[in-house]
Design a protein around this ligand. Structure first.
Ligand code: THU
Length: 160
């Protein structure tokens, strides 16, 4: 038997203002996208913005449904849109923000497990890390240098 230690290194910024301008701009896209979330059931709005290597920005927001599992998270709405519209572009950076009608989200809110799996597919496909920045509505912002860093022991095509 041996023990294996898995480490994740993240950067935590005190506020969006501490980040470089291009990230602040990308997060602004995510904040605007968040406002267009369709979240009448959870009242939890999420916005995502993706910067591609062709300089295009693709956005997404969560889209809910009366049949709850039919809805989709902001991250997957955005990344599937990017894959559909710009199939050959590489994804450089992703900015995520979430707000709730039930509480002030002044803490970083990470992407859910299903979204991490979906983003992981594209990171592996393009063989280049995707920087992920996530926050609540205000407050600290977390940066991960890659999706892999957020999904230890991921399942990927090499197992198939
Ligand atoms: N949601 C996202 O959009 N992204 C996540 O990573 C977590 C959850 C959405 C799904 C649902 O519309 C609402 O937030 C509450 O779970």
């Amino acid at each position: 038997m041996k023990e294996v230690k898995i480490e994740t290194i993240l950067k935590v910024y005190n506020s969006l203002g501490e980040l470089p301008n291009d990230i602040q701009q990308l997060m602004e896209f995510a904040i605007n996208a968040r406002e267009n979330a369709y979240a009448p059931y959870s009242k939890f709005k999420v916005g995502a913005a993706i910067l591609l290597d062709n300089k295009e920005v693709v956005i997404g927001s969560n889209q809910e449904n009366a049949s709850y599992p039919s809805g989709l998270c902001a991250e997957r709405t955005a990344i599937y849109y990017a894959g559909a519209k710009h199939p050959n572009a590489k994804i450089l950076k992703m900015a995520l923000t979430a707000s709730s009608q039930n509480q002030v989200t002044d803490f970083p809110i990470p992407p859910c497990g299903a979204c991490r799996q979906a983003i992981s597919e594209y990171e592996i496909k393009q063989d280049q890390p995707i920087e992920i920045y996530f926050m609540g509505a205000t407050g600290k912002v977390v940066k991960s240098n890659s999706l892999a860093n957020l999904l230890p022991l991921g399942f990927d095509r090499s197992f198939l």
